[in-house]
Design a protein around this ligand. Structure first.
Ligand code: URA
Length: 309
C-alpha cells in the first residue's frame, strides 16, 4: 500500500507539472486525442480537458476490496503512466509483482480517488521542498549559466544512509538525477558492490542543484542560495550516516576549511547524524590508488550502520 501511495503521489506531482491544478479529490489526466474525439462533447466542461485518472486506474480507490489480484492490477496500471526519473523509493516496500494480464482487467468507471499520505510524511515533505524550489529556480546565477534543469535529491526518503556531492555535472544536468555519469557509476558500485546496499535504498543529493559551467565548484553565494534545501531534507530524512563526497561537500556541510585528506577516516557530527567525509568518486577516477582509503571509510560506515541497527 505504501508503494501504491508513493506511486500515486508521484503521478500527482507529474500531473501538476503538466499543468493540472485541481488534483486533491479528482485526479485528472489529459485525454488522448482519439479518445477525446470519440466522446460526446457535453460530458466534460470545456474548461476541463481532462478525464478522471480513476478511469485509467479503475480499482485503486477501493482499498477495502483490494485483493492480491487487484493489487497487481493497480501496480501494472500505474506503471503504464508516465514516470518521473527521480521517483522516491520508500524504505518499506510490498514488492507486488507486475501483472502480465492487463487485458483481463475490467475497465470500471470511477470518478474520485482519495489519497492519504499520512503514513509516510517524509514523502510529502520532500516533494513539497521540490515544489518550493520549482523547475525554474533562479535563486542564484547558475540559472543563467547554461544549466538545463534543477537536479533534485533522489532515493529513499527514509534512508539510514545518505550521500552528498558537490553539484550536478553534464550527465546529471541532462538526466535530472544526481550521480548518473562516470563518477556516479563509480559511486553506485561503492554503494551496491562495496556496501551491498541497493542504490535506491540510500538518499543522494548535492550541495547545489544546478550544474556550474565547466564543472567548476559552486561559488559561496551559489551554495548559500541552494544548501538550505539540502539541510532541510537532511532534517526530514534524518539519516544515521551522511557520506560527504569531496572537499566542497565536506566544507559546506561541516562548515570547515580543513582539507578533505584530514577530514576523512573519522566520523564527525552533524545534527544527530554521523558524517563521514571521503574522496569524491571523480577524484578516484583520476587517482584510482585513493580507492583504498575510500574503502576504509566505507567499512567504517558499514560497521557503524550494522552496530547501531
Ligand atoms: N558530481 C557531484 O558532485 N554530483 C553529481 O551529482 C555528479 C557528479
Amino acid at each position: 500500500m505504501n508503494e501504491l501511495i508513493a506511486d500515486i503521489r508521484e503521478q500527482v506531482v507529474f500531473l501538476r507539472e503538466l499543468g493540472v491544478s485541481e488534483i486533491d479529490a479528482n485526479l485528472l489526466v489529459p485525454v488522448e486525442p482519439e479518445r477525446r474525439a470519440s466522446r460526446p462533447v457535453e460530458t466534460r466542461p470545456a474548461s476541463q480537458p481532462f478525464e478522471p485518472i480513476a478511469s485509467v486506474i479503475p480499482t485503486i480507490a477501493r482499498s477495502s476490496e483490494t485483493t492480491a489480484e487487484t493489487r497487481q492490477t493497480n501496480v501494472s496500471r500505474l506503471s503504464m503512466l508516465p514516470s518521473l526519473s527521480n521517483r522516491p523509493s520508500p524504505k518499506r516496500t510490498t514488492n507486488v509483482p507486475p501483472s502480465e494480464n492487463l487485458a483481463a482487467v475490467p475497465d470500471e468507471p470511477m470518478t474520485v480517488i482519495t489519497t492519504n499520505f499520512a503514513n509516510d510524511p517524509n514523502i510529502s515533505a520532500i516533494l513539497s521542498i521540490r515544489e518550493e524550489i520549482g523547475p525554474d529556480c533562479a535563486r542564484c546565477k547558475l540559472s543563467t549559466l547554461g544549466r538545463k534543469q534543477v537536479v533534485n535529491s533522489v532515493g529513499n526518503f527514509n534512508a539510514d544512509l545518505m550521500f552528498v556531492g558537490e553539484a550536478p555535472g553534464a550527465d546529471e544536468d541532462l538526466q535530472g538525477e544526481p550521480f548518473v555519469g562516470r563518477a556516479g557509476q563509480l559511486l553506485t558500485d561503492i554503494i551496491e558492490k562495496g556496501l551491498q546496499i541497493p542504490r535506491k535504498d540510500v538518499f543522494i543529493g548535492n550541495i547545489n542543484r544546478c550544474r556550474p559551467p565547466q564543472n567548476r565548484a559552486p561559488e559561496p553565494n551559489e551554495t548559500f542560495a541552494c544548501k538550505p534545501f539540502l539541510l532541510r531534507e537532511i532534517e526530514i530524512v534524518k539519516p544515521r550516516v551522511i557520506v560527504v563526497l569531496g572537499a566542497t561537500a565536506a566544507h559546506n556541510l561541516l562548515d570547515t576549511k580543513v582539507p578533505i585528506g584530514k577530514l576523512r577516516g573519522q566520523f564527525h557530527d552533524y545534527r544527530g547524524s554521523k558524517v563521514m567525509p571521503t574522496f569524491h568518486p571523480a577524484y578516484l577516477l583520476r587517482d584510482p590508488h585513493k580507492k583504498r582509503e575510500v574503502w576504509e571509510d566505507m567499512k567504517m560506515v558499514r560497521d557503524f550502520l550494522a552496530s547501531s541497527a
